[in-house]
Design a protein around this ligand. Structure first.
Ligand code: AQP
Length: 345
């Protein structure tokens, strides 16, 4: 990939991130993305998108897609994103995303996309049957971010490689079109105890919406009983919890549960171990279940309340889209000017 010089970008700092409306949100999405969205909203200008154009890279029932988009917007607000402070909007309401993605399709190299591990993971053995959109998904993601010249992107660890590609596309565009500093070299914000939440059934696999087993994840819409049962049945080993972080390294399931406890309680993993070292899962799992229920119950009840008033969510999404478009349009127009395109009729 291209050598990346220090960015001469001097514009304002801005945050962009998104979640796909492709199924119920889980604890990984909550800790990897939503909690960070809330923490950042008063530090920088924030745009939080519901990326429905990404969702259709895999089949989505058109009768359900708008409701799914509303549900993600409701999850943002229920988690604490304030729509009067941060901009919440659906990606497909801002057509400039697709237009910039085309330009970036002509900047990104096939060799770069061939290295994207998420594409390989998602299409598995059926590469021939995967959509072209799934393959070029990281290019659209770069367009989502750079359409607003976003300088920071809060995401889970699984998105690290895509963010590196966004930086490569920005650097190559700036270089090829002799426009130093036109696009920023965006910084991913990944750090944090919830950056990689693993499946409850397999401590080596990411907690994921597309895992066929619902027992593998805690959904934001699960009630207290479902959460407790899933944690009680979570795969573990027969040993008590250890005293040191080193001893967790070879115990992925124990490490994951300790990590979830740490992220949900705001303590370090070391202090969680201090509290529970020597205890078996008969003690630790109920304590973890109580903590997760206590943290998620207000989020899921607020989500239910918001979903009962779709008109209000639609108002938030429409106002957000209008604002997002007002930021995107001049950046796309300047990009087209640099490329040598005709201005819009
Ligand atoms: N397990 C996870 N731990 C921490 N963060 C995670 N994220 C996803 N899974 C975890 C973060 O959630 C944000 C939104 O993700 P997305 O909706 O774009 O979908 P995804 O990354 O493809 O993850 P999913 O939810 O697991 O869906 P599938 O099953 O389709 O892969 C991102 O910031 C992501 O990093």
């Amino acid at each position: 990939m291209t050598e990346q010089p220090a960015s001469p970008y001097t514009g304002p700092t801005r945050v962009f991130s998104g979640v796909q409306p492709s199924g119920a949100l889980h604890l990984g999405n909550y800790l990897g993305a939503l909690v960070k969205f809330v923490a950042l909203q008063r530090q920088m200008e924030c745009l939080y998108c519901v990326v429905d154009m990404h969702a259709i890279t895999a089949w989505q029932d058109p009768r359900l897609l708008r409701a799914q988009t509303r549900e993600i917007a409701a999850a943002y607000i229920a988690a604490g994103v304030d729509p009067s402070v941060a901009t919440i909007f659906p990606q497909s309401a801002v057509p400039e995303h697709a237009e910039l993605a085309w330009i970036f399709n002509c900047v990104a190299r096939v060799g770069w996309l061939d290295r994207m591990t998420q594409f390989k993971d998602k299409c598995g053995k059926d590469k021939e049957g995967a959509s072209v959109g799934l393959y070029t998904y990281p290019v659209l993601q770069a367009a989502d971010i750079l359409l607003y010249k976003a300088t920071h992107v809060p995401v889970g660890e699984d998105q690290k490689q895509h963010l590196e590609l966004t930086r490569d596309i920005a650097a190559k565009f700036n270089h090829d079109f002799d426009a130093p500093g036109f696009f920023p070299l965006t910084e991913p914000l990944i750090e944090g105890p919830g950056a990689r939440v693993m499946s409850l059934r397999d401590g080596t696999a990411k907690m994921s919406k597309s895992d066929p087993s619902d027992q593998s994840r805690i959904n934001l819409t699960d009630d207290a009983d479902a959460i407790s049962k899933k944690i009680r049945r979570a795969k573990t080993d027969p040993l008590p919890l250890p005293e040191t972080l080193d001893e967790l390294k070879t115990r992925p399931e124990a490490d994951n549960l300790v990590g979830i406890y740490s992220a949900m309680s705001g303590q370090t993993k070391a202090s969680v171990l201090e509290q529970f070292a020597g205890q078996g899962y008969g003690v630790f799992k109920p304590a973890l279940a109580d903590l997760v229920v206590e943290r998620l119950a207000p989020v899921s009840s607020e989500m239910r309340r918001l979903m009962a008033d779709p008109a209000e969510i639609d108002r938030v999404l429409a106002a957000g889209a209008e604002h997002a478009r007002s930021l995107a349009a001049p950046i796309l127009a300047a990009t087209k000017e640099i490329v040598g395109f005709w201005p819009a009729a």
